[in-house]
Structures are given as structure tokens and as C-alpha cells.
Design a protein around this ligand. Structure first.
Ligand code: SOE
Length: 397
């Protein structure tokens, strides 16, 4: 880290290299560039270089998103003294290789979710993170929705005892971008590249959120996976991640299209999960409801600035779900953006992720979620797969 070029006056800079520049790369790029403009940061990120397989595409991404340079060789960024952190935004099949190499080269790592494509890979990543931690090098996984203000508030309210003992978690992540049978193949439908389907791509988020908001881990699961459409058109040239257009020929879908599972929570509560990309009309519906002994909380990402809270200790004559518009200065991440009442969007959670990461690095502590947290979610997913393969048998974690 150097102190030249600081976007935040007086702050040392943190040189960032990003690998991958598709949908997640775009979201991360905006976060790196916007964070210093709205938050007083202890470290000023410097967008040094973006890496991608095709030199022309990487160069175009650098220009579009504001990276100083580009390369087609991600390994070369590990040799650079002006790179302190590697941001891994590639499909899951390369997370372990890139993250382990970066950590071993002394670079901090932010890695997109799910952490890896298997428990074994995630374990090697945790081992690399532990080796690196001995030298003050940190690793974190991008379960970004933790940084939605309403979700952060939900966690705070549970921790403050506002809903009492957790009895139920009802968690869903519903999308519909492949509900149409003619939607083209994508790397997200290929087990070799993505590890799993709805389970890892979106189910991982709600597993993390359920545990993060309640502060309780899952202790066992029973689940079912299903693939509804086994063959799809291969993608054509146009479009991109989630926006592909169909081309010639067909390819085989090798992942689950949907996952449903039940779970027990460490505190004795019961949880249900559903992850699907076949819920027509649900575009990015992350729904989380938590019922406790003293009240309930409910959230839906399609109305992401709102948290619903029911206080069961109130007079039943007037008790009812309260709609909290999470935009006040005293709300999580409040005050840095717009005056109260002017809501935030999808991209702001990525910016908050950068803000929290830089804060942890500056204070010399582990940014959360850690790779160990990512491994634990990976174990939950493997247990759901094992359960489904064995006809729903209970899998203890
Ligand atoms: C695709 O389903 C996807 O882009 C996920 O991979 C992301 O994690 C989620 O934020 C939005 O949907």
C-alpha cells in the first residue's frame, strides 16, 4: 500500500486488480469507483488492472469501467507491486486457482460467491487464507446481500432481542431468467463451470443470509433438487451473462434448476429454503421471514428498502406488521448517500461491501464473511446434494 494517488485525502491507497469483467465484474467495478466518492474511507482504492481471457474484451472493460490497465494474463497481476488486492469475479471453476495463487503471492482476496465448486476446493482456499493470515493478508467472500441496509437492520434487531428466540426461518430466492425453455445455455447451467445450479448461484445467498441474520448456523438438512429442462440452445454471440441470445445447436444442462430444502437451526428453530430460476414473474425475489418468540421480521429484495417488523409484545388491538423504510441516517449505511426517504438499489450493496472490506483491512482484522464462512455454506450445499441423491435422507452438518 502506498500513500500516493489517494482519492480520499490523506488515506493510503490500496491497489486493486480484478479478474473477470462480466455481470459481477461490472457490479464490483462500480463499487470500487463509487465508494471513495460517498464514504470517508481509511484506504483509497486504486483500480489498477482488470484481467480477462480476451485482450480486446479486457481492454474494453478497463475503458468502460475505469481500470487503469488490462491484461489477458491474470497471473501477471500477482507479480505487480502496485496490486495489493485481487478481486475474483470469474465463474466458480477458477475461484480456487486464482484465490489460492493470489493469497500465496501476498495479495488480499475478495472472491465472488459461492466460494468454490466443491467442499474440497473450498477447503484448499481456507487453508491458503490461514497461511496468508499469518502475514496479515486477508480473504473474504462476496455474500453481498448482507450489505443491503434492510438486511443489516434485520440482523441488528435479532441481535438486540427484538423478536426473541428464533422459531422459523422461511427463505426463498426466486428468479425466472431460464423459466422459458428456449432461454440459451450459460456457464451457470454447466456443472463443470458453476459447480451447481440454483443451489449454488442463488441458494447459497439465502443460506448465508439466514445464518447471518439469525446468528445461528444450520445443523442439518434434507432436500430435493430438480432439473426441469435438460437441453437448451447454445448461446449466440450477442447478449452476455443472464442476457444471452440463442445460437446454433443445443447443449446439455448439467445442474439443478431448482432446490428446496428444510433445515434445523442451532438454536432449535426450523428453516425452509427454496431456490429457483423458474418462478415466472419473480425477477430477484430474495424473501426472508423470521418468526421469533416475541415478533417477526420480513424482507423481499424486490422492495429492498423496506423491512417489515411485527412486535408481538404490543397491544393486539393495534399490533400489526410495521413497514420500516430503511433510509434513515441511523439505519445501517444511512447518511452516506441521500437524504432520508431516497432509496438505494442493487449496486449499493456492492459499494457497502467495498467500504466494509477497506475498514477491516485498515484495522488489521478479518473482513466478513471469511473464507471459513464460505466453506460452511459450501458444506450446507453439499449436504443438500447428498440428501437429494439419497431420496431426502437427513444430513447432519
Ligand atoms: C444470477 O442468478 C445472479 O447473478 C447471481 O449469480 C447473483 O449472485 C445474484 O446477485 C443475482 O443473480
Amino acid at each position: 500500500m502506498t500513500s500516493e494517488d489517494a482519492a480520499t485525502p490523506g488515506a493510503a491507497t490500496l491497489g486493486v486488480a480484478m479478474v473477470g469483467h462480466s455481470f459481477m465484474g461490472a457490479a464490483h467495478s462500480q463499487a470500487w469507483s463509487v465508494a471513495p466518492r460517498f464514504f470517508d474511507l481509511p484506504l483509497a482504492p486504486r483500480m489498477v488492472v482488470v484481467a480477462g481471457r480476451r485482450p480486446d474484451a479486457a481492454e474494453a472493460a478497463a475503458r468502460r469501467y475505469g481500470w487503469a490497465g488490462s491484461t489477458a494474463d491474470w497471473r501477471s497481476v500477482l507479480q505487480r507491486d502496485d496490486v495489493d488486492l485481487v478481486d475474483v469475479c470469474t465463474p466458480g471453476d477458477t475461484h480456487a486457482e486464482i484465490a489460492v495463487a493470489a493469497l500465496d503471492a501476498g495479495k488480499h482476496v475478495l472472491c465472488e460467491k459461492p466460494l468454490a465448486n466443491s467442499v474440497e476446493e473450498a477447503e484448499t482456499m481456507v487453508a491458503a487464507a490461514e497461511r496468508a493470515a499469518a502475514h496479515g493478508v486477508r480473504a473474504t467472500v462476496g455474500f453481498t446481500y448482507r450489505r443491503v441496509p434492510a438486511i443489516a437492520l434485520a440482523r441488528r434487531l435479532v441481535a438486540d432481542g427484538r423478536i426473541g428466540t428464533v422459531r422459523h426461518v422461511r427463505a426463498q430466492y426466486l428468479q425466472d431468467w431460464i423459466a422459458d425453455e428456449s432461454a440459451p445455455m450459460s456457464w451457470r447451467l454447466d456443472k463443470e463451470r458453476a459447480g451447481s445450479g440454483a443451489l449454488g448461484d442463488i441458494g447459497a445467498h439465502v443460506v448465508d443470509l439466514a445464518q447471518h441474520v439469525t446468528g445461528e448456523l444450520l445443523t442439518g438438512v434434507s432436500g430435493l433438487l430438480e432439473t426441469f429442462v435438460h437441453e437448451r440452445p447454445l448461446p449466440g454471440d450477442g447478449g452476455g451473462d443472464l442476457r444471452g441470445t440463442a445460437g446454433e445447436g443445443t447443449g446439455r444442462v448439467t445442474v439443478d434448476d431448482a432446490a428446496v430444502f428444510t433445515a434445523r437451526l442451532a438454536g432449535g428453530g426450523l428453516a425452509t429454503f427454496e431456490a429457483t430460476r423458474f418462478a415466472h414473474g419473480r425477477k430477484n425475489a430474495i424473501r426472508l421471514e423470521v418468526n421469533g418468540s416475541r415478533g417477526s421480521l420480513a424482507f423481499d429484495f424486490e422492495d429492498m428498502n423496506v423491512l417489515h417488523y411485527y412486535d408481538a409484545t404490543e397491544d393486539p388491538v393495534v399490533a400489526g406488521f410495521r413497514r420500516i423504510y430503511v433510509t434513515e441516517p441511523d439505519h445501517p449505511y444511512g447518511g452516506a448517500w441521500w437524504p432520508a426517504g431516497h432509496g438505494l438499489g442493487y449496486e449499493h450493496a456492492f459499494t457497502h461491501q467495498v467500504v466494509d472490506l477497506l475498514g477491516a483491512l485498515a484495522e488489521g482484522r478479518d473482513p466478513e464473511p471469511t473464507f471459513a464462512d464460505g466453506l460452511q455454506v459450501q458444506r450446507v450445499m453439499a449436504a443438500v446434494e447428498a440428501s437429494s441423491a439419497s431420496g431426502c435422507a437427513w444430513q447432519a452438518l
